[in-house]
Ligand binder design. Structure first.
Ligand code: NOJ
Ligand code: CA
Length: 769
């Protein structure tokens, strides 16, 4: 049945008032208004424009599954403001693990209660005109205005005219005030494992094709100007506080739960319409979204673009419900981008009653040798494919390259025990690796049956006898129904043998077929696994899952994610030296990354046939344990490689992975990052500095040390002639005693860095400042 919408004429009048909301220190100012019935906001920082007038809204699908069916109406226009709510909030909370012991959550809140009203007149039936029906809908837009940015979200109370609805796309706009420099990844529904591009906004389109990692196991690129969040930008220098300064602007999201991951599509001078095209090999049959019916915003405006599921729709909602927070972090000091807690603050407090079993973890693993290609995850080469229930593994011929074998695993356990590492990851321990990847095979693993040469009882007993745990591996091959079917038993098995952490993985196209890695249904899957794991006191580190949005505040057993291009790519052609100077500004905004640092032997052909090489010096590798914050840190290289450089490995033995305090001393995206961190529950500090291919001179004032105390300072630095390409293993280790106020000057080589430990010497009658 076709309905006509008759707008109540009152609502069409354009409204000129605006509400202004200031952050606690007044630096950030949000303006909200209704412009021709469309919710609109602007944002400024110290009086400078950050976001120009930008519309807010969602297009909804006319679909039989929506309560209003084919009569569904968009949440885009025809709004009036019926109520405003303002409040302030100031609370300090303690994360279970983190960069600091205390986090202050201080903001001004503003909620706009909006109403849409219209009359729908059904067409005449049997010559009789039916009475028009009056519809009324309420939607809230809630803003939180912090000193370092804002978060806002849409909220949908339960109501007769907004019950079940389907999102065609969210149309949140972010109109930028200039042609900023941006550090971006191609917008993709299935992978985040690309090198970051650095271009002006106006150059995104021309760079896009070369920016895509077309060879990745899943690629679904949605637009020639589509980028991922977290997106870091930098404005041209402008006058701020009487000086020429740049604005650093970051767009991301917080608390993405039961909702699709957001991308951004840039409207540039060439944009004729928002994209409806999908390129790449991953689940390429996904229906394209229909064109948007609304006028295009001005060039330099980003428009939100959600990840669809197999239907091509972006979300199936039931009120009451809400979207994730859309976040904009802004400052004229790049260091503030890294110390911001805005995204964590916008997440809900911890949902777990007991968190005593969650702990920071340093681990090594039977992993790098397979990634590099010297060993295999699979056990036999005898079958073209396997069916899990049809193989008697005790009769199968081993291939001789399977690395998750008793002897090799024991070697890693011994290495971990000797060096104070907590856990040993073992990949390839379970049956199914013979034909695991990208076959769209549903029953690919059972997560319970070890290969015959992996004695699960013996190896766990052996590890425990040495004070070490094994770290479980569940590669799902993206067969999510299969994983959910086996999950309970898989976690029971972990509990039985004493595992308390699992690394999961989602390589290849998603099954159920047609779905995408970052869709609403997949985001629900990842969170389901985290919640089920918590019931079993298991910590989760998910690879290839969606990029984090601070959910680790609510579920602190989510101790890590990959969700970007990790160290594995050093074995797949390498990553640029500035890669790790960008990730903290982008990928790490939403939560820690299992980057798996620590490669000491960077030329892989010295111990394998792999001709790839890691673009980093040894001192630079040490720095990553500080600059890439994570409560889960791997020492990824082989034990025999570390044994060649045992004096440098001492830093990995010593460094903490949980902190009372963190101070970003120097930072510039893609150039350098220097951070000092105070180890949790101690008076010891660690400092790390990492730079790009140009090298960096770091000047560190030890102002943050306790007055009147002495510290044993060990400096692991690049040697004078060190270079990530020609001389990566040249480092110096110097020791001296330091005190508050001393200054350290350290030279970072191209692609290098440094690491410092400051161990507090016991003193009596010390004076604290
Ligand atoms: C990709 C992960 O990132 C990597 O760490 C893992 O070894 C492989 N998948 C196999 O699961
Ligand atoms: Ca990966």
């Amino acid at each position: 049945m076709r309905y006509q919408f008759l707008f109540i004429s009152l609502l069409l009048a354009s409204v000129t008032w605006a509400t202004e909301v200031k952050s606690p220190n007044g630096n950030i100012v949000l303006n909200f208004t209704i412009e021709d019935g469309r919710p609109t906001y602007t944002l400024s920082y110290k009086g400078k424009e950050v976001v120009r007038p930008s519309h807010l809204g969602l297009e909804l699908a006319r679909d039989k599954h929506a309560s209003m069916g084919m009569n569904e109406r968009d949440l885009m226009d025809g709004f009036t403001l019926v109520k405003e709510e303002t409040s302030t909030f100031d609370e300090t909370w303690q994360p279970v693990w983190g960069e600091t012991r205390d986090i202050r959550n201080h903001y001004a809140e503003y909620a706009a209660v909006l109403q849409q009203q219209w009359l729908s007149a059904p067409p005449a039936q049997d010559g009789q005109q039916l009475q028009p029906r009056r519809h009324q809908r309420t939607m809230l837009i809630r803003f939180r205005v912090y000193d370092d940015g804002i978060g806002f979200r849409y909220e949908f109370p339960q109501q007769a005219d907004l019950n079940y609805f389907l999102i065609k796309d969210e149309r949140t706009e972010f109109a930028m005030a200039g042609d900023h420099t941006a550090w971006w990844l191609p917008g993709d529904y299935d992978t985040q494992e690309q090198e970051t591009q650095e271009t002006k906004l106006s150059e995104i389109r021309s760079r896009m094709h070369d920016a895509v990692n077309w060879g990745n196991s899943s690629v679904a690129v949605f637009s020639p100007t589509g980028v991922q969040t977290s997106l870091q930008m930098k404005s041209q220098a402008i006058d701020i506080d009487g000086e020429k300064r740049n604005l650093y602007i970051n767009i991301h999201e917080a608390a993405c739960a039961d909702y699709a991951t957001m991308h951004l599509e840039l409207v540039d001078a060439q944009t004729k319409a928002l994209s409806t095209k999908l390129e790449g090999s991953s689940n390429a049959y996904t229906p394209n979204p229909g064109p948007s019916a609304y006028p295009l915003p001005k060039p330099f405006t980003f428009v939100s673009h959600l990840t669809p599921d197999a239907t091509g729709l972006k979300g199936a909602m039931q009120t009451p419900c809400k979207t994730p927070w859309r976040t904009i972090i802004v400052s004229d000091d790049a260091r503030d981008m890294l110390s911001s807690n805005l995204i964590l603050n916008l997440n809900e407090p911890c949902a777990l009653d007991d968190t005593s079993w969650i702990h920071p973890t340093k681990y090594c693993g039977v992993w790098w040798e397979m990634i590099v290609g010297r060993g295999s995850w699979h056990y036999t080469n005898d079958f073209p494919s396997i069916k899990l229930d049809q193989i008697d593994w005790s009769k199968v011929k081993p291939n001789g390259t399977h690395k998750a074998n008793n002897e090799n695993v024991k070697r890693y356990i011994d290495f971990a025990a000797k060096n104070g590492l907590d856990q040993v990851l073992v990949e390839g321990w379970n049956v199914g690796w013979e034909d695991w990847a990208n076959m769209w095979k549903r029953d690919v693993f059972d997560f319970q049956t070890p290969y015959p040469d992996f004695d699960i009882q013996m190896l766990n007993d052996y590890a425990h006898s040495k004070g070490v745990k094994l770290l479980m591996h569940h590669e799902t091959s993206s067969s999510t129904q299969n994983y959910e079917r086996h999950l309970e038993k898989a976690f029971q098995l972990m509990n039985k043998y004493g595992y308390d952490a699992v690394k999961t993985g989602y390589v290849g196209d998603i099954i159920p077929r047609g779905d995408h890695h970052y869709s609403q249904s997949m985001n629900n899957h990842y969170l389901y696994v985290v919640k089920e794991a918590a019931k079993h006191h298991i910590m989760v580190n998910a690879h290839e899952a969606t990029r984090p949005t601070g959910l680790c505040r609510t579920y602190p057993n989510l101790v890590g994610n990959e969700s970007a291009r990790g160290t594995e790519y050093e074995a797949f052609g390498g990553s640029r030296p500035d890669h790790t100077c960008i990730l903290p500004f982008t990928r790490l905004q939403g939560g820690p990354m299992d980057y798996t640092p620590g490669i000491f032997v960077t030329r892989l052909n010295t111990w394998s046939n792999n001709t790839s090489w890691a673009r980093i010096t040894i001192a630079g590798s040490l720095a990553l344990y500080l600059t890439m914050y994570s409560p889960l840190q791997m020492a990824a290289d082989l034990p025999e490689n570390y044994e060649q450089f045992d004096d440098a490995f001492q830093f990995i033995r010593d460094v903490a992975c949980d902190w009372d305090e963190s101070i970003y001393l120097e930072a510039e995206p893609a150039d350098y990052i220097t951070v000092a961190r105070k180890a949790k529950g101690t008076d010891n500090w660690f400092i790390g500095g990492k730079c790009d291919e140009n090298g960096h001179q770091s000047v560190i004032r030890l102002d943050f040390l306790d007055k009147g105390r002495k510290y044993e300072c060990t400096i692991y630095a690049d040697a004078k002639d060190a270079h990530y390409e020609t001389n990566p293993q040249a480092y110096t280790i110097k020791k001296r005693t330091v005190k508050k106020g001393d200054v350290l000057k350290i030279n970072e080589a191209p692609g290098g860095g440094f690491a410092i430990s400051l161990i507090c010497t016991p003193t009596e009658n010390r004076t604290r400042n």
